[in-house]
Design a protein around this ligand. Structure first.
Ligand SMILES: Cc1cc2nc3c(=O)[nH]c(=O)nc-3n(C[C@H](O)[C@H](O)[C@H](O)COP(=O)(O)O)c2cc1C
Length: 380
């Protein structure tokens, strides 16, 4: 298993663990939280419209806002006009972005209708030509993120990956589901393996449903992918990269962070949100972030009801104080959650050849899907 030495062209990544783009979530504060915890090899922004970057649209520029601590950073572009995509990549290179990723997986109609997102998977030649043009326009690596194909009858990812390698792409990220699947069903490991087998040299990064170190190892061992990319799992658990890295290197599982560590990191996240977005917007945006941390607090209804009303840092501080007192009713005399209230991490379900379900929680027979957070486009 490869656990270091991953590179996209000349860009050497410190670990083979990537933060997947999650529109509406992978903003600068979240990326900094992840980076401060450690072991992430590359973070990617939310998808950004190439044309909006060229037009210097304020919202688009905010999406790519970065800082000295936010490296290496990939910006994910969507669009289908080669001139615009190339010019946007050149702009990103000029402001110090480490690599440019192209969105070929987004199933949202608005993106596909203009020939972007997963629509790119249906037109191999056109997509390869676009990538080639971008590759020739910049020195930084150009990478592509795709799904397995449009639907089960059109699993174009292996052919597309090969064509994109020939066009000069430096890495392929593949989410092991089809466009038609959305987030339903299980991740198809055999499908990812076919993409790994289809390319000659460039790394393929496996993605989908990684919520534990064991799941990362299953993904790497059964597909041969050079690294993994974690999306929703990182939102649940920003410590996931440290845990995966430690497990890949030692075979040991690190203990789950305790409540006070979760609170420390959540507080830091809010502080960064306020720093980057200002107090009013930062707090409003944090209304959807707080509940993710709370998923592993144990009983959290009190917190979840209150967090959607915070408007200031002091609203938040007051809520947290009250919540910590409320939560004591679920603790034993040593301050630990009574076992019946302890949160249970989600299981992991992958589909491999022959429909075998590989799970990191063999005791759980029922399929447990990871919730899909609502993105700005409602559906991903
Ligand atoms: C709310 C949300 C927003 C997403 N935004 C993007 C995006 O901007 N670009 C992209 O390529 N994929 C996006 N995705 C897909 C993720 O990057 C990832 O491929 C998918 O969630 C599977 O990985 P996971 O199971 O680790 O979350 C998004 C997914 C979700 C749930």
């Amino acid at each position: 298993m490869k656990s270091t030495g991953l590179h996209f062209g000349d860009l050497v990544l410190p670990t083979p663990l990537l933060l997947s783009p999650l529109a509406g979530y992978t903003n600068l504060p979240f990326r900094l939280v992840i980076r401060e915890l450690g072991s992430v090899g590359l973070c990617t922004t939310d998808l950004v419209n190439a044309r909006s970057i060229l037009e210097k649209n304020k919202k688009a520029l905010k999406l790519i806002e970065s800082s000295a601590a936010d490296t290496p950073l990939a910006v994910q572009l969507f669009g289908s006009v080669p001139e615009e995509m190339s010019a946007a990549a050149q702009y990103l290179e000029s402001v110090g972005v480490a690599s440019v990723d192209i969105n070929m997986g987004c199933p949202v109609r608005k993106v596909c209708q203009v020939g972007g997102g997963s629509a790119m998977m249906t037109e191999l030649d056109r997509t390869a030509a676009l990538v080639n043009r971008m590759v020739n326009a910049v020195r930084i690596p150009v990478t592509c993120k795709m799904r397995l194909g449009w639907d089960d009858d059109n699993l174009t990812a292996p052919d597309l990956a090969r064509a994109l390698e020939d066009a000069g792409a430096k890495a392929i990220m593949v989410h092991g589901r089809t466009r038609q699947q959305g987030f339903e069903g299980s991740v198809n490991l055999a499908g990812i393996r076919r993409v790994v087998e289809a390319v000659r040299q460039i790394p393929v990064i496996g993605n989908g449903d990684i919520t534990s170190p064991e799941a990362a190892r299953v993904m790497m061992e059964s597909t041969g992918c050079a690294g993994v990319s974690v999306g929703r799992g990182a939102f649940y658990n920003p410590w996931i990269f440290v845990h995966i890295q430690h497990y890949l290197q030692t075979g040991e599982l690190l203990p789950e962070p305790n409540f006070s560590e979760r609170i420390r990191v959540m507080n830091r996240h809010l502080d960064l949100m306020i720093e980057v977005f200002g107090e009013a917007l930062g707090c409003t945006m944090f209304r959807k972030v707080g509940p993710w941390y709370a998923k592993r607090f144990g009983p959290a209804s009190f917190f979840n009801k209150g967090i959607v009303r915070i408007s200031t840092r002091s609203d938040y501080a007051a809520l947290l104080d009250q919540y910590v007192s409320w939560r004591t009713q679920f603790l034993d005399e040593t301050g630990q959650l009574l076992p019946k209230y302890a949160p249970r991490p989600h299981g992991l379900n992958f589909r491999d050849e022959g429909e075998t379900v590989v799970t990191d929680e063999p005791a759980v027979s029922r399929r447990e899907a990871i919730p899909v957070p609502v993105g700005p486009n409602e559906l991903w």
